[in-house]
Design a binder for this molecule. Structure first.
Ligand SMILES: C[C@@]1(CC(=O)O)C2=NC(=C\c3[nH]c(c(CCC(=O)O)c3CC(=O)O)Cc3[nH]c(c(CC(=O)O)c3CCC(=O)O)/C=C3\N/C(=C\2)[C@@H](CCC(=O)O)[C@]3(C)CC(=O)O)/[C@H]1CCC(=O)O
Ligand SMILES: NC(=O)c1ccc[n+]([C@@H]2O[C@H](COP(=O)([O-])OP(=O)(O)OC[C@H]3O[C@@H](n4cnc5c(N)ncnc54)[C@H](O)[C@@H]3O)[C@@H](O)[C@H]2O)c1
Length: 494
């Protein structure tokens, strides 16, 4: 059984607790903190319940459970340790469609309670799906240490500005980038320093700067600036300004607050290049997601579009940001043809395929011109290589999407040559690198390559001295094409 995670509003909602011992005390504390109206049925009350009763914070309905106690109740927890009572409570709750949690038997639960790291309003909830509660608790304690205390204040500040940001910045992608910058840059630092007013002013200035640069701009300056910095700062998906390194597990063991307090006060600066895209070629290495490098994980989490091998391992696929667009490449072994994709329908013409080095594909197809899919098969028939045509389409699409401001990841299974521009002539999508590099350079799209870690060197008896750690932390080179902004294709009106 898989459990659906969600956060419920229990404020002023009647909630029933059957049993008022040690475990019920823990459940009651979080229910009261959420503003629930707590009703209790129990033979005896633990000290905390006695106190809450005196303070008028709970109602004690009786010593023996009866289904009538569920009237008007939003949800119920049974924590008596008595299996017969658990079964009665669950049956009565199910009959009334009331959510039920019994602390002794997951089979009598229609909801379970996670371990929680609370940085209100931000919360991290961890569940083992009722298999190992102590494992959930173990990770809660680990995450407690990692998650800075000021994260809650940062979330509160974001909540105060969210509507204004929605009103000023059009497009979810622009807003997401804006917020990513806010959460990893100077505003984060100011909140960590307790300078909430300054943080608010800085956010306002950043919003003004972003709103006034509403058209795509060249990212080359930013990339040139950041390329010489540490890999974390240089990662454009994480910090566009280079002001402040994001939280990482590797950069420092000191608490985030301490690090932030040591930093000099920051002054507002415009956000550079919020609207431009880039392309990251990520090699997964093995099919084990545990072997993905930090760079690979970050790229997959930041991507708007991930184009991947058809046979990509599920575990790797799950590391892609949930709302990113995913596009499987056609099978490179021959039979594949380009899938009908609305973007390709709209953009491409046979001319584009005949002259793949131009950006003609950004010109909408005139009425009566065959769509890209037809164009691909036409091209394929003449070339006797359907997958080569599909490859050309996908390569073009990678570049087009990055050109139009998306953060594109080309996710490849296995380990490839680290110098992707030195691969052999492209015949399949997986070999399309040289053409891709040329197109990227022509378009002025920054790109970089994140090499994979193969499973083999991680096996101790086959390790010949080149450590996995050294490979996994290798700094990916950032390539910044030097083309003038005016040479880049213009974005079309929708
Ligand atoms: C996370 C947490 C939240 C909370 O309770 O607030 C929570 N259990 C916690 C601690 C904990 N639980 C137990 C021990 C003693 C060690 C041990 O005996 O194993 C400890 C450790 C301790 O108390 O320190 C024993 C235990 N728990 C359950 C059973 C019955 C069974 O599994 O059959 C038994 C066996 C009783 C026995 O053997 O007699 C069942 C449940 N416990 C759940 C949640 C739900 C599943 C959540 C998930 O998906 O993982 C679920 C299904 C129902 C529910 O309670 O909602 C909280 C950590 C809070 C924190 O510290 O952050
Ligand atoms: N889910 C979890 O996280 C978790 C963790 C540890 C233990 N447990 C289990 O939770 C159960 C409760 O543990 P506890 O330490 O809170 O016990 P406890 O003895 O401290 O509390 C039991 C409570 O239930 C009441 N009660 C018992 N039988 C009743 C009945 N028939 N009608 C009405 N009230 C009744 C008691 O008066 C008391 O208030 C145990 O069975 C334990 O194994 C669950």
């Amino acid at each position: 059984m898989s459990w659906f995670p969600f956060f419920a509003d229990l404020n002023d909602k009647p909630v029933l607790l059957v049993g008022a011992g040690e475990v019920a005390t823990r459940k009651a504390e979080s229910l009261l903190a959420a503003g629930a109206q707590l009703r209790v049925v129990a033979r005896t009350l633990a000290p905390a319940f006695e106190r809450w009763l005196q303070e008028g914070r709970i109602a004690w309905l009786g010593r023996t459970f009866s289904p009538a106690h569920l009237d008007g109740v939003f949800l119920v927890t049974s924590a008596t340790g008595d299996a017969a009572v658990d079964a009665d409570v669950f049956a009565a709750a199910s009959a009334r469609q009331v959510f039920c949690n019994t602390v002794d038997s997951p089979e009598h639960c229609s909801f379970i309670v996670p371990a929680v790291v609370d940085r209100g309003p931000l919360q991290v909830a961890i569940s083992s799906g009722a298999t190992a509660p102590v494992l959930a608790r173990y990770w809660r304690q680990k995450i407690e240490v990692m998650l800075p205390q000021h994260t809650g204040a940062l979330a509160t500040l974001a909540g105060q500005w969210r509507r204004q940001v929605q009103a000023r910045l059009s497009g979810m992608r622009a807003r997401r980038r804006f917020w990513e910058h806010i959460f990893s840059g100077p505003v984060n630092t100011l909140v960590a320093q307790g300078q909430l007013e300054a943080a608010s002013q800085f956010l306002a200035a950043q919003l003004e700067a972003s709103a006034s640069t509403g058209t795509p701009v060249n990212k080359a300056e930013t990339m040139t600036h950041t390329a010489s910095m540490s890999p974390d700062i240089a990662d454009p998906a994480i910090s566009a300004s280079g002001h402040d390194a994001p939280e990482t597990f590797l950069t420092s063991r000191r608490p985030a607050e301490q690090r932030a307090a040591e930093q000099p006060p920051v002054t507002p600066a415009p956000i550079p290049a919020l609207h431009t895209g880039d392309l990251v070629v990520v090699d997964a290495g093995s099919s084990d997601p545990g072997q993905l490098t930090l760079h690979a994980l970050r790229a997959l989490q930041a991507a708007d579009l991930v184009v991947h091998d058809p046979a990509l391992a599920d575990g790797i696929r799950q590391q892609i940001r949930k709302d990113a667009e995913k596009l499987a490449l056609p099978d490179g072994n021959g039979a594949g043809t380009a899938p009908a994709h609305p973007v390709l329908h709209r953009w491409s013409t046979p001319m584009d395929l005949a002259q793949p080095h131009t950006f003609g594909s950004l010109i909408p197809a005139p009425a009566g011109v065959p769509c890209a899919t037809h164009a691909a098969s036409h091209h394929a028939e003449s070339a006797h290589a359907p997958h080569a045509a599909a490859s050309a389409l996908h390569t073009q699409r990678l570049v087009d999407e990055a050109c139009w401001g998306k953060r594109v990841v080309w996710l490849r299974g296995g380990c490839h040559d680290a110098r992707i521009n030195h691969l052999a002539t492209a015949h399949t999508p997986a070999q399309a690198a040289p053409r891709l590099v040329m197109l990227l350079q022509q378009a002025g799209v920054p790109w970089r390559h994140v090499p994979g870690v193969s499973a083999a060197p991680a096996t101790p008896w086959r390790n010949t001295g080149e450590s996995t750690a050294a490979m996994s932390t290798a700094v990916p080179a950032v390539h910044v094409p030097s083309v003038a902004k005016t040479q880049r294709p213009q974005r079309l009106a929708a």
